[in-house]
Design a protein around this ligand. Structure first.
Ligand code: ADP
Ligand code: MG
Length: 376
């Protein structure tokens, strides 16, 4: 067990790292973060910020020298850096688990192998794969995605017809890609699960998500889906965490198709945007749980305190000046989280609002009303 007072290492300094660090500090830990950005959001809560690349040997040596255990907030940190660190310190989640989430082809193969249903998919590594891939997804409208480094809908293109494949492949940069059947979505849900080093696994109530332009817009808990669907999603998420021999917090994004099929979309080896509501409406937040799993402490209970909804605050909101925070905060049950980012670019995640109410639909309505009030 790594007890409060110790220093925890963090690779990646974005908002997920910021919220991890804030929870770690609340619990009496110190945090050392590695991130190349001078204004990394996590640095505000860190004792030390090493402003360098994630695989800088000096930074890795400093982490080993100064921290008791190391985690990440970002799936694209080099897996080899995690592997190197793991020879000297506990690294949770492991390099292997993170590596499986870094490449959509590897990820889909793993998910299917673990028994999780996904959309039909096929690898597209070059022109020679076009025909076979189109056949494999069923010659239906499809989505082409870069295998690596995509997020918030970036690195994706809709391909309505076979003839559009070459153009899309060119535009996305001729790197290794995955072609996915575009399913018709009834709704999207996600499950946050946490697994301890001893194999104990817990999950939070299932969240219901909406996306706009490929970016998460809202999450509502509990998800307004049939109970058997929520149970099946949670069981699938636990199976995935166990198959990965995962230690830490894992996000599992799922589709529910209009035909009622439950499909796993992708997994994230870290806390997830759709789990931010846990800071306000769960006994244990996903970030506290990441601290607990990393430190080898008992996992916390994941009970829901009250139905909740989260709405993301993107840089677009700043277009006509600073949003009217006071209008949202005047609404009872609304809480504000900002990530300390200076530059509100369109599409950039700047913060989020959480609203608590008696029923999930009321929470969503309140969250959206608060969000609209920011720019009214
Ligand atoms: P990201 O890494 O950017 O989150 P995702 O694969 O999760 O990438 O895609 C973002 C969103 O795009 C999904 O949440 C969903 O709304 C939509 N989407 C992605 N893939 C599919 C698909 N195969 N069929 C239907 N919708 C999809
Ligand atoms: Mg996603």
């Amino acid at each position: 067990m790594i007890l409060p007072g110790a220093t925890l290492g963090l690779l990646g300094g974005g908002q997920l790292g910021r919220m991890f660090a804030a929870e770690a500090v609340r619990m009496g830990y110190r945090v050392m973060v590695v991130d190349p950005a001078g204004d990394a959001p996590a640095a505000a809560h860190a004792d030390r910020h090493l402003r360098t690349s994630w695989d800088d040997p000096e930074a890795l040596a400093a982490l080993v020298a100064s921290t008791a255990a190391i985690t990440t907030e970002f799936e694209n940190v080099p897996a080899d850096a995690l592997r190197t660190l793991a020879t000297d310190r506990p690294v949770r989640p492991s390099a292997d688990a993170v590596a499986r989430c870094q490449d959509r082809l590897v990820e889909k193969q793993f998910l299917n192998g673990a028994g999780a249903a996904t959309v039909r998919w096929a690898p597209v590594r070059g022109v020679e794969d076009f025909d076979a891939a189109w056949e494999a997804v069923g010659a239906a409208p499809a989505i082409l995605k870069t295998a690596r480094l995509g997020y918030d809908g970036k690195g994706q293109a809709t391909v309505a017809r076979r003839e559009e494949l070459p153009g899309a492949f060119d535009r996305l940069g001729r790197v290794p890609m995955i072609l996915e059947e575009r399913v018709r979505l009834a709704t999207e849900i996600s499950v946050m699960v946490a697994r301890a080093a001893d194999g104990t696994t817990v999950h939070w109530p299932v969240g219901e998500n909406t996306h706009v332009d490929g970016i998460l817009h809202t999450t509502v808990v509990p998800a307004r889906v049939p109970e058997p669907t929520a149970v099946a999603a949670a069981e699938t998420a636990v199976t995935i965490a166990t198959s990965l021999d995962y230690v830490g917090v894992l996000g599992v994004e799922c589709f529910i198709t209009v035909e009622g099929r439950l499909l796993v979309n992708e997994i994230a080896p870290r806390p997830h945007n759709s789990g931010h509501w846990t800071l306000d409406a769960s006994v244990t937040s996903q970030f506290e749980q990441q601290v607990r799993a990393l430190a080898g402490l008992p996992l916390g209970t994941t009970d829901l305190l009250r139905p909740a909804a989260m709405v993301n605050l993107l840089g677009d909101l700043w277009q006509r000046g600073t949003p009217h925070w006071e209008r949202a905060l005047a609404m009872p049950g609304v809480r504000l989280h900002l990530y300390g980012k200076a530059d509100p670019r369109p599409g950039r995640k700047m913060g989020h609002l959480t609203a608590l109410a008696a029923r999930p639909s009321d929470a969503l309505e309140l969250a959206l009303a608060a969000w609209r009030a920011l720019t009214d």
